[in-house]
Design a protein around this ligand. Structure first.
Ligand code: NAD
Ligand code: TYD
Length: 343
């Protein structure tokens, strides 16, 4: 697999994946197609900009004709699709871009791949397509899809379309579904980077509801290793779950972050809950372990400490990201909530 197209490579997981590939596969050539939405930051890949194996293209996965041309020009053998609108709260404010990129974009991309004869396609999906768990049990690949947010529904729609392309056309697609990622280069709208950035600036941390919702956290590098295993060793038509085996209530995670940052718990604000807020996610990744020989390796304590160090050392990155469009989103999402917070 000499030539790989990564879409959405300027975002959080895509940029970590590209750096991982270039580090571990000296012969790998990578084309990165990214629309550069608010979440796409070419700075994430500044260190490989001059690497002759890496090529950036500014474009949209919805543009089928342009993608076909790109696939042919670079003789692309495999595609890994990270391109997406990825934030639940934004999907509640406006679901339009989610349907466009996460649903229509995925079909346009798969059609382009079929036309150009791509040999392998990996769709990066999420555990959120399974909906919400009660206090026990974990999601397996057999768990029925029951998405609760517009974001999750758009990802589930894409998963069903990918499945249908495999069944109907024999399209060589694999789906991966992962739990909540954390690590360097994550846009500070998601819980961990948002709370680190706010705490470093001595600003309040808006915890939704009572902070009792549970997420299963995985370091982005472990996720990238899983995607790499699925890309190279996965079976077309299959779904693989990845999780970090690290379930935490949001409030416990928040307290842990504050302790590591040396900041007071008085920064915590309990604010109005997210509508339709999924209660708990937990992943059973035994299939990935059995079939791909994958398991998470980074201990949460170590990963979290390194992530905090990264954000401390990249204050300028955070500052640049937090200016511009992000400011108006933050005001829309949190302005009223924080003015009415309940302690
Ligand atoms: P992100 O928001 O950080 O990055 C998304 C990237 O896609 C950005 O660079 C953006 O510019 C690009 N993009 C958006 N629309 C595009 C389009 N139409 N054409 C081309 N590029 C476009 O997202 P992320 O957190 O890195 O997530 C990547 C993928 O992983 C997503 O598909 C997401 O659903 C999935 N996922 C994320 C998590 C998580 O915890 N972050 C967990 C499981 C799965
Ligand atoms: P998030 O990082 O948005 O990921 P997801 O919704 O995809 O799981 O949120 C993680 C958890 O943190 C989720 O239960 C919602 C909660 N949360 C807050 O309490 N406050 C916040 O400001 C954000 C962004 C999230």
């Amino acid at each position: 697999m000499r030539s790989l197209l990564v879409t959405g490579g300027c975002g959080f997981i895509g940029s970590n994946f590209i750096l991982y590939q270039l580090e571990h596969y000296p012969q790998q050539r990578i084309v990165n197609l990214d629309k550069l939405t608010y979440a796409g930051n070419p700075e994430n890949l500044a260190e490989v900009e001059d690497d002759r194996r890496y090529h950036f293209v500014h474009g949209d996965i919805c543009d089928r004709a342009a993608v076909v041309e790109l696939l042919r020009e670079h003789a692309v053998e495999a595609v890994v699709n990270f391109a997406a609108e990825s934030h639940v709260d934004r999907s509640i404010l406006d679901s339009g871009p989610f349907v466009r990129t996460n649903v229509q974009g995925v079909t346009a991309l798969m059609d382009a791949c079929r036309e150009a004869g791509v040999q392998r396609f990996v769709q990066i999906s999420t555990d959120e397509v399974y909906g919400s768990l009660g206090p026990t049990g974990r999601f397996t690949e057999q768990t029925p899809l029951a998405p609760n947010s517009p974001y999750a529904a758009s990802k589930a729609a894409a998963d069903l379309l990918v499945r249908s392309y495999f069944q109907t056309f024999g399209f060589p697609a694999i789906i991966t579904r992962c739990s909540n990622n954390y690590g360097p280069r994550q846009f500070p709208e998601k819980l961990i980077p948002l709370f680190i950035a706010n705490a470093l600036a001595d600003e309040p941390l808006p915890v939704y509801g009572r902070g009792e919702n549970v997420r299963d956290w995985i370091h982005v590098t472990d996720h990238c290793r899983g995607i790499d295993a699925a890309l190279r060793r996965g079976r077309p038509g299959e779904v693989y779950n990845f999780g970090g085996d690290c379930e935490l209530r949001n409030i416990d995670l928040t307290r842990r972050l504050l302790a590591l940052l040396g900041k007071p718990e008085s920064l915590i604000r309990f604010v109005e809950d997210r509508p339709g807020h999924d209660w708990r996610y937990a992943i059973d990744a035994s299939k990935a372990k059995r079939e791909l020989g994958w398991e998470p390796t980074i201990r949460f304590e170590d990963g979290l400490r390194d992530t905090i160090t990264w954000y401390r050392e990249h204050a300028d990155w955070v500052e640049r990201v937090r200016s511009g469009e992000y400011r108006s989103y933050y005001e829309r999402q949190y302005g009223r909530r924080l003015s009415r917070s309940v302690g």
